[in-house]
Design a protein around this ligand. Structure first.
Ligand SMILES: [Fe+2]
Length: 384
């Protein structure tokens, strides 16, 4: 075994009703004047309001910044930092989906660097941590509540950038996900599956990818269809919250690979929800890994997905079975295909040139050049 680094994960309070403890936890971290970084809809639908109430009950002063939106646009991050300064904020509580939590991380980076725009700090590796951050995820998907990456959409280049800031605490309350609609539950759940599979199959794979990723796959295959069909099913929501958290740990330990590169390049160019892009990109991860990665990693995925093989099964046959299993799940969840969404192969191929700028791309096995990327995109487009 070669040497490897693994991440020390952020303290996580997990369980139904955990959000009620946000005020106590914020106080323990020394917060007094808190910015709640969230989305308008989460205030309207009384999701963020539960957290705001908990903070106020604990005696904290609360200032709501509700401008977060999909893709964490860089200009919103900059606005958030200005809001922090204008209100003399000393702690941030982020409540929302992955983009909202990433926006909050970006705000923390700008403040910690004493800067004005996140655009100056895309390659930052967290050399300063001057703002305490608590994250509460309202979807079971990105694992952003505990991961170190802030995936930011640059408003000028259109690229996804990934500076680093670790939250001080994650609060995972499955009850916050009850009102997520079926389509979003399905797409964000596919993001979980993609994290777990890509962590296990990429070139940085290590035992933590195995532990977290394998269990994350097992839970997602079992509970995602239930959570989509029965949004109020408490067990399904709890198990998917756990799966998402495990997926976040798996990618914190190992990273993702080419599937996320597709989701983050083609997705950014066309404003496609991250989970949907990850779902489309996942079957191709199996066949790409069969060509350039380790068969043993695909066997781990197969065990977790309950796919059988034997010594006579070729590596590509195994990958085809795994891709088929993913496609079967996507059909069950009624996830639309790239074609159904109106995109052509030519549209997809336009993203090939910018794969190399994606943060996950370097983790892909092999040494992918333009031919390998083009083959991957053509397969991805044709298979579903
Ligand atoms: Fe993801």
């Amino acid at each position: 075994m070669s040497t490897y680094m693994w991440n020390t994960f952020c303290p996580t309070l997990f369980g139904t009703g955990a959000a009620r403890e946000t005020g106590t936890k914020a106080k323990e971290l020394g917060m007094n004047r808190v910015m709640v970084c969230t989305e308008k809809a989460l205030c309207e639908f009384k999701v963020a309001t539960q957290v705001i109430d908990a903070l106020k009950e604990a005696g904290l002063e609360v200032f709501v910044f509700d401008k977060c939106k999909a893709d964490a646009p860089s200009d919103i991050c900059d606005e958030g930092a200005e809001f922090v300064r204008n209100h003399e904020i000393d702690g941030i509580v982020a409540v929302g989906g992955g983009s909202t939590l990433d926006t909050a991380k970006a705000v923390c980076i700008i403040i910690s660097q004493n800067g004005t725009t996140i655009r100056d700090y895309y390659s930052i590796e967290e050399d300063a941590h001057e703002m305490k951050l608590i994250t509460l995820n309202t979807t079971s998907g990105t694992g952003s509540e505990l991961s170190q990456w802030a995936v930011i959409g640059d408003v000028e280049t259109g690229r996804k950038e990934m500076p680093v800031y670790k939250p001080d605490m994650a609060i995972v309350d499955p009850a916050l996900t009850y009102s997520v609609p079926a389509g979003t539950t399905a797409a964000t759940g596919m993001d979980v599956l993609a994290h777990c599979v890509e962590a296990i199959t990429n070139r940085n794979y290590n035992p933590y990818g195995y532990i977290f990723g394998k269990e994350g796959i097992r839970l997602t295959m079992k509970w995602l269809p239930v959570a989509v069909k029965e949004p109020e099913n408490k067990v399904a929501r709890e198990q998917m919250s756990l799966a998402a958290n495990l997926g976040g740990m798996a990618i914190s330990a190992c990273g993702c690979q080419i599937g996320h590169s597709f989701a983050q390049t083609f997705g950014a160019m066309n404003h496609i929800p991250h989970g949907l892009g990850c779902a489309w990109g996942l079957p191709g991860v199996m066949t790409y890994t069969a060509k350039y990665g380790e068969r043993s990693n695909l066997e781990i995925v197969a065990e977790a997905m309950d796919v059988s093989w034997d010594d006579n099964t070729s590596t590509m046959e195994l990958a085809d079975m795994l891709a088929g299993k993913v496609i079967e799940l996507m059909r069950q969840l009624k996830i639309k295909s790239i074609k159904d969404q109106g995109y052509t192969l030519e549209d997809c191929l336009k993203s090939a040139d910018i794969f190399v700028y994606d943060g996950a791309f370097g983790n892909s096995p092999g040494n992918p050049g333009m031919k390998e990327i083009t083959d991957y995109i053509e397969y991805t487009y044709s298979i579903y």
